[in-house]
Structures are given as C-alpha cells and as structure tokens.
Ligand binder design. Structure first.
Ligand SMILES: [Fe+2]
Length: 337
C-alpha cells in the first residue's frame, strides 16, 4: 500500500509511505532553493516518486492538511470534496490522481501538527501543544493558532483549540517590520540576544491577553494580524534601528511567558509526564528550553521539521492511525534519511 501525503501553501511538502514505512519526505524549498517556497509541486512529486521507484498508479491513498489543494493541479484534482468547519473535524474526499479516482483524507492544520509530533515521539501517551501564526484558513468556524490535545495508544483522545492565542502573528509582523520578510522569525530570535528589557512593559500591555478555553486562566499573545499594517514601533525597519533589538527581546520574553504558562496549564489538566510540541513557534529554542526548565513534564519532545514542513507526515499518520486503524509507527531515523 502506497500513501502520498501532500501539503501546499508555504513550506510546501510531501511524503511517501510504502507498506507502513516512510520512504521519502520532501520540502519544495530544498529543490527550488527558495526558503519557505510554495506554488506548484506536482512536477516534483512526480520526480521524487520516480526516484523512489514508485509509479503514480501505485498510490492508493492521499492524505493532506488542506481541504483545498494548492499547487497540485494538474496532477491531483477534486472529484468530490467536503470542507470541515472545526479544527478537530476531518473529511474524506475523492480525488483524481493522474486520471485515477482514489480516496483522500483532509486533516486540519493543527491536528496534523499535533499528530506529527505525537507519532514521531513514539510515546505511549502524551499531551501535545501546537502553536504557530494562524494555521489554515479552511476551518471556517474556528480560527486556530494554538491547540492542546491528549493522545494515547496511537489514538487522539481529545483536542481543543485555545482561543485568543496567536504567538506566531507577532513574530510574523515584526519580522516583516525589521527584516522586510515575514518569514525571518529566526533572525528576530537571534536579534533578541542583543536587546534589553526596556520595551517589555509596553509590548506586554499591547499584546498579552487572557486565553479562552480549557487552558484558561493564563495569558498568551493575542491575534495581532489586524495590526499588521500599523504595528507599534512600525518605523523600526532595520535590525540596526535603535529599538529593533529591544523589540525582539520583548517579543521573545512575551513568547516565553505565554508558552510556559500554557505548558504549565497543559500539565495541570492532562497530568501527563510527556509533552510533544509542534507548529512554527516550536522552532523557538529559547521557549523550548524554558518549558523544560519551568514545567513538571519529564520529557519534552520537539521533532525536526516541526514547522509546516512536517504537515504531510502528520496528515498521513493521523489518517492511518485515527481514521483507518492501521497503527503504523514512525522512527526519527526514517524521517532524517
Ligand atoms: Fe502551522
């Protein structure tokens, strides 16, 4: 049985499983040499299937993180599609893949993030937190940028969105202000090392809000997207600007405060010894370190490709284990090959 996982959008990625084993995982940026690349990918899917010795007609199932494909037509087209409204709903569709009709499951963005970190952890049970800058835009009723879930024996036990929490939006906006690139969060994180705490009170007042949902009461960074065009200190348009490093320091500080607070609440309600983390904000090494230091979790797992680049593997693992009850495992070394 050959399963193709596929995810468009930025960090476009795809993966191939054969008879329960991951035989290839790819991200478009590694081919185009354009960081976070998106756009049409079916020519690359074609090329990599051939390199793996798989013919397109051997693919019998597709899993995706989107109920709307991007960058896949021609090659992969809808026959029949269902959209989902909530971040814990998934849906089955029929697609045409190189002229053949085959089943396809669409799994929401944050479920894919969560599935990716849980299944690659090989933990029997675990709490899972996901956080990024907005996730997908297809869960029409519930904008989700932060989630908590609990997984046991290769199954999702429960999943909740965390309302009023969007740490990635602040990183996106100030990467754009300071580096003119919304995907420069890594540079902003580095710049934080050169700053001081002078702007923390102002940024805290601006961005920290009480979360809604089961991790309440605690605080997180609000959804800052509405302020994208006119942010605080919007004139700090270079990393050499006087305020730039202090802005970065403040954002890093708020992210740690929010993330550690949410992780402590997650421990309180799940009582699990294990925490898996996923989503673009899980690339924040400072935050991950503080979660290890400042929470009671015995093991904190952050897999490689924890950003959107791991979504296609998450989509396949969720589909195989939760929907089809096939219970495949995955090992780190299989991903890293
Ligand atoms: Fe994401």
């Amino acid at each position: 049985m050959v399963v193709l996982g596929i995810c468009g959008g930025h960090d476009a990625n795809w993966c191939v499983f054969k008879d329960g084993k991951l035989i290839g995982a790819f991200e478009k940026e590694r081919f185009s040499r354009i960081r976070h690349d998106d756009g049409y990918i079916m020519d690359l899917v074609d090329e990599t299937l051939a390199k793996l010795g798989i013919k397109p007609e051997e693919v019998s199932l597709i899993a995706t993180s989107e109920a709307n494909f991007r960058g896949t037509d021609p090659g992969l087209e809808y026959i029949h599609k269902n959209l989902y409204d909530e971040p814990d709903q998934w849906t089955d569709m029929q697609v045409s893949f190189y002229g053949r009709t085959i089943p396809c499951f669409a799994v929401p963005h944050h479920l894919c993030h969560a599935a990716y970190s849980y299944y690659t952890s090989n933990k029997e049970e675990s709490a899972v937190l996901t956080w990024d800058g907005g996730g997908d835009f297809y869960t029409t009723n519930a904008y989700t940028s932060t989630s908590i879930s609990y997984w046991k024996n290769k199954k999702l036990v429960w999943f909740e969105r965390v309302g009023n929490s969007d740490m990635g939006s602040l990183w996106h906006i100030y990467s754009k202000v300071i580096f003119q690139n919304p995907f420069a969060a890594g540079k902003l994180m580095g710049l934080a090392a050169m700053g001081n705490d002078s702007l923390i009170p102002e940024f805290k007042k601006y961005a920290m809000r009480p979360v809604r949902g089961c991790l309440s009461p605690t605080y997180s960074i609000k959804n800052c997207w509405p302020d994208e065009d006119m942010p605080l200190y919007g004139t700090a348009n270079s990393w050499k600007h006087n305020d730039a490093a202090n802005i970065a320091y403040a954002i890093q500080n708020l992210t740690i405060e929010a993330g550690v607070g949410l992780a402590n609440k997650a421990f309180e309600i799940t009582n699990s010894n294990n925490l898996c983390i996923s989503g673009g904000c899980a690339l924040n090494g400072y935050l991950n370190t503080e979660i290890i230091k400042q929470t009671n979790f015995k093991d904190v797992v952050v897999p490689p490709s924890v950003h959107d680049g791991g979504l296609s593997i998450g989509a396949v693992m969720f589909t195989i284990n939760n929907i089809l009850d096939l219970f495949w495992s995955i090992r780190f070394w299989e991903i890293l090959l």
